[in-house]
Design a protein around this ligand. Structure first.
Ligand code: UDP
Length: 237
């Protein structure tokens, strides 16, 4: 069983059906799933995206807002989500720290690798926000980066689908879910479970990526425990 993991949620994961903002029912559910991991002595880092509020690419589309500023807005959106997740986890009695790649010291700690590791060792969940702190990156890349930095054994990309498919399951009814796929194949076949930068970073550092459905109750724990009933796809060599 993995001892330390990094879970990546997209911002949209928090939004529910509407795709915008934060739905407290979903937040509550996600926090309860993380609680199960903590109860099983798993050290958990979390990265949350910000797509439920702003994405730099969309914000800068009309030309009024520069992409760099749009990305700053997107990174700040991840802070909103991280603070919300912190509250939900604390509601369940879990010790949590939020660490930001951009300094916002009135709201949360700044990212300090050694401090993050110390929190994890003490059984605290650490939520990493503001992505990498740099425009033109994504929170998938931030998640991979942080996973490597905290020496997590895997990155779990928690999605609304069960895993990686050979084609888009929303478009093709005969799409087949792949249990395992190599980094090279994921890059070559342009399988968009994570962006290319994050897959390449995981590949270079031999970090396994596990794609699973966050909406299947108890699945996250099964994935980490290596339970044969776990529903997921693994990207590794
Ligand atoms: N972002 C960024 N640098 C980073 C991470 C994120 O500039 O290192 C910005 C970017 O604009 C991105 C937005 O933050 O679109 C929200 O992140 P992302 O799109 O990855 O969120 P998700 O799709 O996971 O909700």
């Amino acid at each position: 069983m993995a001892k330390r993991v990094l879970v990546k949620y997209s911002g949209e994961a928090l939004a529910g059906e509407s795709g915008f903002g934060i739905e407290s029912k979903i937040l509550d559910y996600l926090a309860s799933e993380i609680k199960t991991l903590v109860e099983n002595k798993i050290e958990v880092g979390i990265v949350i995206g910000g797509g439920n509020f702003v994405r730099g690419v969309s914000a800068s589309k009309g030309g009024l807002i520069r992409r760099t500023s749009g990305d700053h807005m997107g990174m700040l959106a991840t802070v909103i989500n991280g603070v919300a997740m912190q509250e939900a986890l604390e509601y369940y009695g879990i010790d949590v720290r939020v660490q930001s790649a951009l300094e916002i010291k009135e709201v949360c700690e700044s990212y300090i690798n050694r401090r993050a590791i110390r929190h994890l060792e003490k059984g605290r969940v650490v939520i990493f926000v503001a992505g990498t702190g740099n425009p033109f990156f994504t929170t998938d890349t931030a998640a991979t980066l942080r996973a490597i930095e905290i020496e997590a054994e895997m990155i779990i990309k928690a999605t609304k689908v069960d895993g990686v498919y050979d084609k888009d399951p929303a478009k093709f009814s005969d799409a087949v879910m792949l249990e395992k796929i190599s980094y090279e194949q994921a890059l070559q076949d342009n399988i968009k479970v994570m962006d290319d930068t994050s897959i390449a970073l995981a590949k270079d550092n031999s970090l396994p990526i596990v794609v699973c459905n966050m909406l299947r109750e108890g699945n996250l724990l099964k994935v980490i425990q290596g339970d044969s009933c776990a529903v997921c796809s693994k990207v590794f060599n």
